[in-house]
Write a protein that binds this ligand. Sequence first.
Ligand SMILES: [Zn+2]
Ligand SMILES: [Zn+2]
Length: 390
Amino acid sequence: MIFLGRWVEDGPLSQRGGADMSGKRDYYEVLGLDRDADEKALKNAFRRLARKYHPDRSDEADAEDRFKEIQEAYAVLSDPSKRSQYDRFGHDGPGGGFGGGFNVDLSDLFGGSDIFSAFFGGGGGGQRSRRGSDILYRHTVSSEDVMNGADEEVELELPTSCVPCSGTGAEGGVLDTCADCQGRGVLSRMVQMGPFQTRQDRTCSTCDGRGKIPRTTCKACKGRGRKEQTTTLRFSIPAGAEDGTRLRLRGKGEPGRDGQPAGDLLVELEVSPHPYFERSRSDLIMSLPLGYADLALGTTVTLDHLDGSPLEIRVPKGSTAGDTIDIPRRGFPRLRGGGRGDVVVLLKLHMPSKFPRQVRATLEELREDMAPKDLEARIRDEAETRRRGG
Ligand SMILES: [Zn+2]
Ligand SMILES: [Zn+2]
């Protein structure tokens, strides 16, 4: 698995408590980490827990759920932009938090499939599946692309099956049965575990679990069975796609060995933040700072918009900072259910820090007129509004 992550120094462990509104446990708690844990600590914690709760290996009753939880926590915290979003908003972040499935390819984290199997004590008997690994590719898209949908074409260095040896790694495709494991791919031995004798299998290192070895190593790929090749990939960004949306390109991952199917290529979309908008599901939220006169007398502000048509914001007279203006069906297309979200404009009061002399004089003249007539009554109204939850 190609995984575009970075790992740094180790950090301390700590306990964190609590679940939030989503009912999900805190990701740091899941991994037993401090909030400031660096990427190496994150990786180590994930490795340790994945080993402990891997459903194929663990006897814990809730291993599968724990494993999923660990994968999700790791997928979010190992992605710097998702991690900072999670740090700020928790599970209930803009865009609906972090739903969906997370699959972290373990073979990558454990440094390749061979080491992976060594960590897990080798295959459970018989030859391991040689389906190619999935490849994760993070692709950055603009908000415009998400609004309108887009067809992408990228060039990537991807592993492809070696042609001269048909992916076998053997000159002319000629393979012999491995003498060490008699073609089983695993070596077994009996081990004393307390009062019990158990059979322990481990992958045959001579043939790397294949049960076969090349008679002569293929020169073109040096026995790897695959080669990096510049490949042109075409895929479509669905209109309304969210940050973290994954597109699965079947069979575009690492080629399988010995006739096994290739893995998939997962394109994970990373939506660049927009200079105006914050996203909340399919809605776009923005702040609009206006001068006092514009709020008092009303105005119309026109902005260029992502959908190509100007966005006209009509501010009614008598508006107050904190009022919102809803512009229906100008947000992102909904991924499910059709239609579009809204643009929600939050009005703010722009207050200059300095006034020219004559502006100050004018404001002094207006001070009396613009103040509430009965201050105490207004204060009581405000208290009443707060009590009603407005
Ligand atoms: Zn062998
Ligand atoms: Zn080859």
